[in-house]
Design a protein around this ligand. Structure first.
Ligand SMILES: [Cu+2]
Length: 460
């Protein structure tokens, strides 16, 4: 089949869709095992690794086709087929994100539009399984089109933010088990990230300042206007940072689609027992939903997402967005009825119903030297230090930090009267400013190097 015909076919399938109850497409799915190149990490360093995965059937699929789902995304220290995933108590996965840049059939409207996003694993997937909705029925019908406009298979990009809790340097591979087919009959689905896209430069994160009454909430909300007619097949809430729940509602149709809980680990879960505490423990699960039929969403329909967080304590680099799967479908009716096959797919068997929102994240390194008054000149952030270690400033005075290292660093409140932070994966140049409005002792850390870099800011 020529590329043009194939694209035309894919477009036709995407437009027409497959009605619910239709016979499944012929299968021919394979489970590919793919490995990243070797990645090296240092103890307690919480850094981001960006790697290219070549389309050679070892790192990424070598032939164009459809990604039907990820059975597993995990860290291993050898390529033995039966190598056990490294435990989260040793190598904690903050996130793994897979992209196929340049792939066809990307639907507009995503905060990550154009990046070719395929799938990801967050802290809410401690077991490394990301798509438990990936039933055979789903995989027989839907897939993410993994091909470039010229008909070839794209190289992939993998972004991995991982925390090494071994006391020594550790090398690992990221292993993905991917359901894949070169069969042409799948309906093309597209991941669409619905969030506050204005926070994209912060990696979709925002700070929950805290300081509210016990039980008070911080709410982050945004509206999304559907740029196409389609069906919503899957919606996975992503929250951490003191998250309580996130909703997705249709303003146009006057109905709530989902209220996704945040499931926190029991006190004995590795996320809570792991030491040292490098960052606020993330949830072990978040509400995620799948429907084979799909929820009809019409062009121009307004969806509002609302993420609710605890605001008694501070929660820096908090998030609230939905990772969804859409299929284009011009046959849907505006505000048509909700399907009766919606299932929740990421609910842990055990979780803590009274999470510890008041956990105080420790400042692990000890700032040294005497207090110096901030004089308007930017405070220095380098490899691997804050200078000076102890600073005083006044309420209402804008404090500025300048990044000058070869390695990325961040300015982040571990604990204190209010939360603030620069971008969590760190930066190597430019400045970051914050104007404190509340007196007190702010214990700052670099999130990338939390055991070695700390600064104390005393606001008077
Ligand atoms: Cu650092």
């Amino acid at each position: 089949m020529t590329t043009r015909k194939r694209l035309a076919l894919a477009a036709a399938i995407a437009t027409v869709g497959v009605p619910a109850g239709a016979a499944p497409a012929s299968a021919e799915e394979k489970l590919l095992t793919l490995y990243s190149p070797r990645i090296d990490s240092l103890p307690y360093v919480h850094d981001t690794h960006n790697v290219t995965l070549r389309a050679n059937d070892q790192e990424a699929p070598g032939k164009p086709g459809y990604v039907l789902g990820f059975k597993e995304m995990s860290l291993v220290d050898s390529k033995r087929p039966n190598a056990k995933p490294l435990p989260v108590s040793k190598m904690m996965v903050h996130h793994l994100l897979y992209f196929a840049p340049g792939r066809v059939d990307q639907l507009p409207g995503s905060c990550w539009y154009g990046a070719g996003f395929i799938s990801g694993r967050g802290e809410e997937h401690p077991r490394g399984t990301v798509l438990r909705n990936s039933s055979r029925a789903f995989r027989d019908r839907y897939g993410i089109n993994n091909r470039l406009a010229d008909g070839s298979a794209p190289d992939w990009r993998l972004t991995a933010m991982v925390m090494n809790h071994y006391k020594r340097p550790k090398s690992f591979y990221i292993r993905a088990r991917v359901w894949y087919t070169t069969d042409e009959t799948r309906t093309s689905v597209s991941p669409v990230v619905i969030g506050d896209c204005s926070q994209l430069v912060n990696g979709m994160a925002y700070d929950v300042p805290g300081g509210g009454k016990r039980g008070s909430n911080h709410v982050n909300s945004s509206d999304w206007v559907a740029p196409f007619n389609g069906r919503l097949l899957m919606a996975s809430s992503h929250q951490h940072g003191g998250g309580k729940y996130q909703t997705l509602e249709s303003r146009t149709c006057g109905r709530r689609l989902f209220k996704a809980p945040v499931y926190h680990g029991m006190p004995d879960h590795p996320y809570n027992t792991i030491r040292p505490i490098l960052h606020e423990p993330g949830p072990i699960g978040t509400g995620a939903y799948a429907t084979l039929t799909g929820i009809p969403i019409s062009q121009g329909e307004v969806l509002r997402r609302t993420a609710v967080h605890d605001n008694h304590n501070l929660h820096i680099a908090a998030m609230g967005f939905w990772a969804t799967w859409f299929v284009k479908d011009d046959s849907i009716r505006r505000c048509g009825r909700l399907p009766n096959d919606i299932t929740e797919i990421n609910r842990p068997r055990r979780f803590d119903r009274t999470p510890n929102y008041d956990l105080k994240v420790p400042q692990l390194a000890r700032p040294r030297g005497a207090f110096t008054a901030f004089d308007g000149n930017p405070l220095e952030v380098g490899d691997d230090f804050f200078r000076p270690g102890k600073v005083t400033a006044r309420v209402g005075e804008t404090v500025t930090w300048r990044f000058g290292g070869l390695r990325p660093h961040s300015v982040s409140v571990a604990n204190g009267p209010r939360g603030f932070s620069s971008v969590y994966w760190g930066r190597t140049s430019g400045t970051y400013s914050y104007t404190p409005r509340v007196k007190g002792t702010y214990r700052l850390v670099c999130l990338v190097h939390p055991t070695t870099m700390a600064q104390t800011l005393e606001v008077k």
